[in-house]
Each structure stands twice: as structure tokens, then as C-alpha cells.
Design a protein around this ligand. Structure first.
Ligand code: S3P
Length: 178
């Protein structure tokens, strides 16, 4: 781990449907940390849903809003941050998060992801003729970015509570090591 980091937050990254929101809320509750979600921050700042931003402004505009949001997180402390699934593909975002947060990637297989997202309709990137294929394609492109996290946690056969416990454990471990 780089030394020029002041790790006071936890950032959860990972594909859609890996449990970042639910796990993030549990971790924040248990550590008595604040909880922030980059998608929620973008929605609050624009007054639009993520789907509306994609359809009216396009994906590049959404990615620019994500970058701006990550920059705004720099001054936070004792905060659990849940990052949108595509956010770590921008290297500037990952580097920015790493300056103040332990970056934990929640990983899941395409089959598990599909099981978890198939009944949800709010994610524009999965409104596709073949969403399962889309999940595999996006996951393949994003895997190298997700793997740059400090910690990679497979969520396939773990409950949300177990994943949250693991995140807390890793956060405490790194505090001891530093
Ligand atoms: C996206 C994931 C979504 C949201 C947007 C784009 C992605 O967040 O940011 O729909 O590119 O994977 P979640 O990962 O919280 O669903």
C-alpha cells in the first residue's frame, strides 16, 4: 500500500448488484460512520435520476459528474462511500479515492449478478436486449480496474452481514498495520 495515504474512509467499488449499497449501510451503521453513495450525490446535485441523466445528457456527461463527485469526497472523514459500478474505470477516480479511503471491491460472478439485478429496472446500462451478455462484457472490461482495489471480496457465497464484517475487519487491520 502506498504511504502517502491518509485512510479515514472506506470506499466500496464493484459491479452493479454486488451489494455495495446494502453492505455500505451496514458497515456505516456498525462503525458509526456517515454513509454516502455517489449515485445519490449526483441525483441530489442534478435533481435528476441516473436514468434521466443517461437518457437526456448521455453517459459521458454522467461520467463527468462522477469525477466531480469523487473530487468532492476528498475532505470527508469517517465515511463509507458506495461508488457507482463504472466509476473506477476512470483512473483519476480510483487514485482520488485511494488518497483517503481503503478501497474494497465487492466481487460477484456474472450468474450471481444477474440473479440479483434481473428484477430491477433502474440501471440504464442493463436495459439491453441481452442483459446477461452485457454483464459479462462489462465485467470483462472492468475487471482490471476492480482488481486495483486494496481488498477484493468475493460475495457469491457470503451474506450481506458476512461481507460487512469482512470489510470492517479489513479496515481495522489496515489501521493496525499503518
Ligand atoms: C453504473 C452503475 C450504477 C450507476 C449507473 C452506471 C455502471 O451504480 O452508477 O447506472 O456503469 O456500472 P450501481 O453500481 O450502484 O448500480
Amino acid at each position: 500500500m502506498q504511504n502517502n495515504r491518509r485512510i479515514v474512509n472506506i470506499a466500496l467499488i464493484g459491479f452493479m448488484g454486488t451489494g455495495k449499497t446494502s453492505v455500505g449501510r451496514l458497515v456505516a451503521e456498525q462503525l458509526h460512520f456517515n454513509y454516502l453513495d455517489t449515485d445519490e450525490m449526483i441525483q441530489a446535485a442534478t435533481g435528476k435520476t441516473i436514468a434521466e441523466i443517461f437518457s437526456t445528457c448521455g453517459e459521458p456527461a454522467f461520467r463527468a459528474l462522477e469525477e466531480k463527485t469523487v473530487a468532492e469526497l476528498a475532505g470527508k472523514t469517517q465515511t463509507v462511500i458506495s461508488a457507482g459500478g463504472g466509476l473506477p474505470v476512470n483512473p483519476q477516480n480510483l487514485a482520488g479515492l485511494k488518497t483517503h479511503a481503503l478501497v474494497v471491491c465487492l466481487w460477484a460472478s456474472p450468474t450471481k449478478i444477474w440473479e440479483r439485478v434481473r428484477n430491477q429496472t433502474h440501471r440504464p446500462l442493463l436495459q439491453d436486449a441481452d442483459p446477461q451478455k452485457k454483464i459479462c462484457e462489462l465485467l470483462a472490461v472492468r475487471a482490471p480496474f476492480y482488481k486495483q482495489a486494496d481488498i477484493l471480496l468475493n460475495t457469491d457465497s457470503r451474506s450481506l452481514r458476512e461481507v460487512a464484517q469482512q470489510v470492517i475487519h479489513q479496515f481495522r487491520l489496515q489501521a493496525i498495520r499503518r
